[in-house]
Design a protein around this ligand. Structure first.
Ligand code: AMP
Length: 118
C-alpha cells in the first residue's frame, strides 16, 4: 500500500491538526484516541511513513523498531497501567478494520477488558 501523506495521523505528526498528546520522543508520539473504547485509550504512532504494523516491521530500520516498541512500553508506564494491565491492538488491513493508514498501536486499559474479541 502506498503511504497517503494526507492521512489524519500524518497531519497530526506535521502539527497541522491538534491532538491530546501524552508523550513524544525521537521514535513516536502518543495521544488520546478521539473515540475512546476504554477508560485509557492511547494511540502510539511512529515518526515515519509506515502504513501498518506489517509495513513498519518490514521497512523500518531495526533501531527504529526496537525504539518504537520500547516507547510503547514507556507510554504504558507513564499512563500508570503497567500494574493492573493493558492490551495492545494494532490493526492491519481491511479484515482488521484499519481506518487510518499510518501504523499505530492502541493501548487499552483502565478496566477489565474481557475477551479478546466480542
Ligand atoms: P484503527 O481503526 O485501528 O485504524 O484506529 C484508528 C483510531 O484512530 C480510531 O480508534 C479512531 O477513534 C482514532 N482517531 C481518528 N482520528 C483521530 C484523531 N484526530 N485524534 C485521535 N484519534 C483519532
Amino acid at each position: 500500500m502506498t503511504y497517503d501523506t494526507n492521512n489524519i495521523f500524518a497531519k497530526i505528526l506535521r502539527g497541522e491538526i491538534p491532538c491530546n498528546k501524552v508523550h513524544e520522543d525521537e521514535y513516536c508520539i502518543a495521544f488520546h484516541d478521539i473515540t475512546p473504547a476504554a477508560p485509557v485509550h492511547v494511540l502510539v504512532i511512529p515518526k515515519g511513513q509506515y502504513t501498518s504494523f506489517h509495513d513498519f516491521t518490514a521497512q523500518a530500520p531495526a533501531g527504529m523498531i526496537q525504539g518504537f516498541f520500547a516507547s510503547v512500553r514507556a507510554v504504558a508506564m507513564k499512563l500508570g497501567v503497567d500494574q493492573n494491565g493493558y492490551r495492545l491492538v494494532s490493526n492491519h488491513g481491511a479484515d482488521a478494520s484499519q481506518s487510518v493508514p499510518h501504523f499505530h498501536v492502541h493501548i487499552l486499559a483502565g478496566r477489565s477488558l474481557g475477551a479478546l474479541l466480542p
